[in-house]
Design a protein around this ligand. Structure first.
Ligand code: NAD
Length: 239
């Protein structure tokens, strides 16, 4: 791992996640320094709190960086992946809704650069996935159900995180069933239930603040710098 601060490019910097990343990176200047913040449109100000801002159209001209962190939209995904491949630099992306072609491009890029694409950057969920995989392997024949709850505005169901946990829960061949609740302002809750005869295990993660995703992405970015090319999972980079 680098001793010097990791030089970051934040792609999607004006969004909710981008703003959280800029704020949290600024709180730890010994670990991170943001050298470029990229937004879809031309920035109103060129430099904000010491961070140079660029429009998406200016992406090819951004200064040297160590890792790019992308929380944008599917239409912003191709250019940032292409830039990282062209410069041979790592990419951390949490952009959801990318299509099959983009997934294919990710797999190809992983032969050239280190990258993490994940539907959930919470370190707690990464640990939960490990626990679920262990439980599934030890409990063949038990029923596996995943219940997830999110705020009323979330459109997709089951959540990407529930599906990721489902992969871990079904790793020993069990069928996994899903239930989704949409209510109020719930940030995100996932329970994986293993039910046998006369006993039950429930493994639950509750997110109470969206900063956990930005914090996890910053952690992963620092762990990814200097690694060999490949597609890493958040849980590969916990410590
Ligand atoms: P948002 O709508 O608030 O922000 C989107 C950002 O992307 C804006 O800065 C916008 O300028 C930028 N953008 C859009 N098109 C672009 C383009 N063509 N080129 C460059 N930048 C472009 O969204 P948000 O809530 O910050 O979420 C961003 C993404 O992260 C979404 O895909 C969301 O689902 C995902 N997300 C993932 C996690 C996770 O842990 N993986 C957590 C939260 C959100």
């Amino acid at each position: 791992m680098n001793a010097a601060p990791t030089r970051l490019l934040i792609h999607g910097a004006s969004g909710r996640m981008g703003q959280a990343l800029l704020r949290l990176a600024a709180e730890q200047p010994a670990l991170h320094t943001v050298v470029a913040a990229v937004t879809r449109r031309s920035p109103a100000q060129r430099v904000v709190d010491g961070v140079p801002h660029f429009a998406a159209a200016e992406l090819s001209g951004v200064p040297a960086f160590d890792v790019a962190i992308d929380f944008s939209l599917p239409e912003g995904f191709d250019p940032i992946l292409a830039l990282c491949v062209e410069r041979g630099l790592p990419l951390v992306s949490g952009t959801t809704g990318i299509d099959e072609t983009q997934q294919g491009a990710l797999a190809t890029a992983a032969t050239r650069i280190p990258l993490v694409w994940a539907t959930n950057f919470s370190l707690g969920v990464a640990v939960l996935a490990e626990l679920v995989e262990r439980a599934a392997a030890a409990l063949p024949g038990w029923d596996v159900d995943i219940v997830e709850s999110h705020h009323i505005h979330k459109k997709d169901a089951p959540s990407g995180t529930a599906l990721t946990l489902g992969q871990a829960a079904g790793s020993a061949g069990q069928a996994v069933h899903y239930a989704s609740l949409r209510a109020g302002d719930i940030v995100g809750e996932h329970t994986v239930q293993f039910a046998g005869l006369g006993e039950r295990i429930e493994l639950t993660h509750r997110a109470t603040h969206r900063d956990i995703f930005a914090r996890g992405a910053l952690h992963v970015a620092r762990m990814l710098a200097g690694r060999a090319p490949g597609a890493y999972r958040v849980r590969d980079l916990l410590d």
